[in-house]
Design a protein around this ligand. Structure first.
Ligand SMILES: Nc1nc2c(ncn2[C@@H]2O[C@H](COP(=O)(O)OP(=O)(O)O[C@H]3O[C@H](CO)[C@@H](O)[C@H](O)[C@@H]3O)[C@@H](O)[C@H]2O)c(=O)[nH]1
Length: 262
């Protein structure tokens, strides 16, 4: 049987130029493998690694790989400023260079590049934002510690409760955006740095009236390297989501103000 979501040379050319953004902090053990897997899964996609000056030399390793691959670029950032800041810099870089589709993908293999065609197929079907989801039917996590699953499910539930956002996996970080979605949700006003950046963007997309489609994915716990999840990241998420929830109930939050393309 043919998988209608399978990739292949230029299978998604009709969507325009695709950029996969991979944020990295100390991912030298993973970065080469993930780049190779993206190449095979969706050959026409270009890749941008947004590296926060990783002490383990991830940025230099990608420079070495990029010397052989014109469709691989590195955004060297000055230091660790959080996942959100790295993605925002990557989105801006991509939009300024004419990319139409911008994809978020972790470096550690949790987000399987082989499932990227599913997200792109959802965009082709009319979604403005295709969100890889662990918590819809058909989605799953593999080898994730129960404690992480609890935090992740709890974070999504709390966000739904506080914000009324109708998304089951609102903290998930495997996503494909149309450029117009990022501009329309006002990405330049996003200040979240850690993983609550994902909640911020999804909620903004909903408030801006975009169609957000959850696509089931299998999230596989990393085998190499370490998660960057920390107490500070959790505290930021709790603080921000609670604040947004209160402001929302008081009617202080309206639709986001769209960015200009420049
Ligand atoms: N440039 C940069 N990259 C970062 C930073 N912090 C993390 N990253 C990169 O962001 C990706 C995800 O970080 P992990 O630390 O591996 O995340 P996780 O614990 O597996 O968390 C996953 O689940 C979260 C909760 O659902 C998600 O919010 C998150 O996006 C991710 O999918 C990895 O490629 C990692 O190197 C940072 O400060 N700067």
């Amino acid at each position: 049987m043919t998988d209608s979501t399978a990739g292949g040379a230029d299978a998604f050319g009709d969507l325009g130029k695709i950029l996969v953004i991979i944020p990295t902090y100390n991912e030298i053990l993973n970065v080469g493998r993930i780049i190779a897997r993206v190449r095979t899964a969706v050959p026409e996609a270009h890749i941008l690694v947004a590296d926060d000056n990783s002490p383990d030399g991830t940025g230099a390793e990608v420079d070495r790989l990029a010397a052989q691959d014109p469709n691989l670029q590195v955004l060297h950032r000055r230091g660790k400023e959080g996942l959100g800041a790295a993605y925002l810099a990557g989105f801006r870089w991509g939009i300024d260079r004419g990319y139409d589709i911008l994809v978020e993908m972790d470096a550690d293999g949790s987000h399987q590049p082989e499932q990227l065609p599913r997200l792109l197929t959802a965009l082709r079907g009319g979604a403005d934002l295709a969100l890889g989801s662990r918590w819809v039917a058909g989605g799953e996590v593999v080898n994730w510690p129960k404690s992480r699953e609890f935090i992740s499910r709890g974070g999504s539930m709390y966000s739904r409760l506080m914000l009324g956002v109708p998304i089951r996996d609102v903290t998930g970080g495997y996503r494909a955006f149309r450029k117009q979605t990022l501009l329309g949700l006002g990405m330049s006003q996003v200040a979240s740095q850690g993983y609550c950046f994902q909640v911020d963007l999804a909620w903004r997309a909903v408030r801006a009236g975009f169609s957000v489609v959850e696509v089931p994915i299998t999230f596989v716990e990393r085998e190499l390297g370490a998660s960057k999840m920390s107490r500070d990241i959790l505290a930021e998420a709790l603080f921000r989501v609670t604040g947004w929830g209160i402001d929302n109930r008081l009617g202080r939050i309206g639709p986001p103000v769209a960015d200009r393309e420049t």
